[in-house]
Design a protein around this ligand. Structure first.
Ligand SMILES: Nc1ncnc2c1ncn2[C@@H]1O[C@H](COP(=O)(O)OP(=O)(O)OP(=O)(O)O)[C@@H](O)[C@H]1O
Ligand SMILES: [Mg+2]
Length: 350
């Protein structure tokens, strides 16, 4: 795939140029999970009118395990799974919705929630300062940049630092380009004064072979936390866009790609929010042929990736082997730049 980067970039330019700016995205589950709290008017699925034990079983067998899943489903989905009629499906969904308190949160509640935010250090003081203390939990931080701009090195370092700052915590690494290297983890662990074996044990790596697999793996992180009780504090997706970019080629498929990418990012945002964990995603850039001044590159994934990332950083190579990180989008921090360096055993200030 790496060899196709240039070709892919050219193709993408064409597609992007063909595409209107505000590509509509099919209605998605827009409701942030945290703003919805369940009240126990109905105990479980089988308490919903029209849902007997057999139907409840059919539903939970395919993942509709709680009222929220039913409340945000479409009638068609329920019909497909259970064979129920359209009026019944509508009634079931309406009842599930009514049983949930889709409440609003006060600004004060949200401020309290902000106080639970944790920040994982990058290793560089300058970089941490740029990010208001480090990469935030409950948010998606995206780094985009050319090959060798150290997106993957940073991912490795975060896997170490999260464990250093929060002993006993774990990291999940969804690796789409086969660039996760335990050797680098060992280097960085030694650099941080941690036992490399302990650190390696607490990093769960999954190789994603295509974009659907990647999306599924991200959804499965919830199982690791809920069913296996693994205290995941960091979720890395390296690279977020490579499979999507490689698979969806041709004019008709860009909207489809963006839709799937949107769904994937929504599930990442939901996990970040529900479990207060830090999501770090990497992204490539492509050449912008119509750019005569300034930086002639732009991030892959267009508006979808841009809008779904809470923090966006542009990484590039600087002078004498340094790297430059530029914060280009943040809801509560001012834009700025910092310089750092990747050494054999750490990410450090220059
Ligand atoms: N053992 C090491 N010691 C020092 N620097 C290293 C070491 N291993 C890798 N690096 C640095 O990291 C760079 C590679 O960065 P990285 O793999 O993070 O790039 P990337 O942004 O993920 O690129 P891509 O888009 O290809 O995935 C190398 O060019 C080198 O400068
Ligand atoms: Mg990489």
């Amino acid at each position: 795939m790496k060899n196709n980067k240039k070709e892919g970039a050219l193709l993408e330019q064409e597609l992007i140029m063909e595409q209107p700016e505000n590509q509509p995205v099919v209605a998605e589950e827009e409701v942030a999970a945290s703003t919805i709290r369940q009240t126990n008017k109905f105990g479980g699925l089988s308490d919903l009118p029209g849902v007997g034990p057999a139907t409840a079983e059919k539903l939970s067998a395919v993942g509709y395990t709680d009222l929220m899943a039913v409340a945000v489903a479409s009638p068609g989905e329920l019909i497909e799974v259970t064979g129920m009629s359209l009026p019944v499906a509508k009634k079931v969904i309406a009842a599930a919705r009514a049983s949930l308190d889709m409440g609003f949160q006060s600004g004060e509640d949200l401020m309290k929630k902000r106080e639970t935010v944790q920040r994982i250090s990058t290793g560089s003081k300058a970089f941490d300062a740029l990010m208001g203390g480090g990469f935030e939990s409950g948010a998606i931080t995206e780094c985009f940049g050319q090959y060798g701009s150290s997106k993957t090195q940073l991912a490795h370092q975060l896997c170490i630092n999260v464990q250093k700052q929060y002993p006993g915590s774990a990291a999940v690494y969804i690796d789409t380009e086969n660039t996760f290297r335990p050797e680098r983890i060992i280097d960085f662990a030694k650099g941080a004064g941690l036992d490399p074996n302990d650190v390696l044990k607490n990093i769960k790596v999954a190789r994603a072979f295509n974009s659907d697999h990647q999306t599924l793996l991200a959804e499965k992180v919830e199982d690791l936390i809920k069913k296996q009780g693994i205290p995941v504090k960091l979720l890395v997706v390296d690279s977020l866009t490579a499979h999507f970019r490689a698979e969806f080629i041709g004019r008709g498929t860009l909207a489809d790609r963006q839709q799937k990418l949107n769904k994937h990012m929504h599930s990442l945002a939901k996990i970040a929010d529900l479990y207060n964990l830090c999501v770090y995603v990497t992204n490539q850039v492509m050449a912008k042929p119509d750019m005569f001044f300034g930086d002639p590159t732009e991030a892959i994934g267009g508006n979808i990736v841009a809008h779904n990332s809470t923090y966006r950083l542009y990484l590039r190579k600087g002078k004498k082997g340094t790297r430059v990180a530029k914060l280009v989008d943040a809801p509560n921090l001012k834009d700025g730049e910092c310089i750092f360096m990747v050494t054999s055993d750490a990410i450090v200030d220059v």
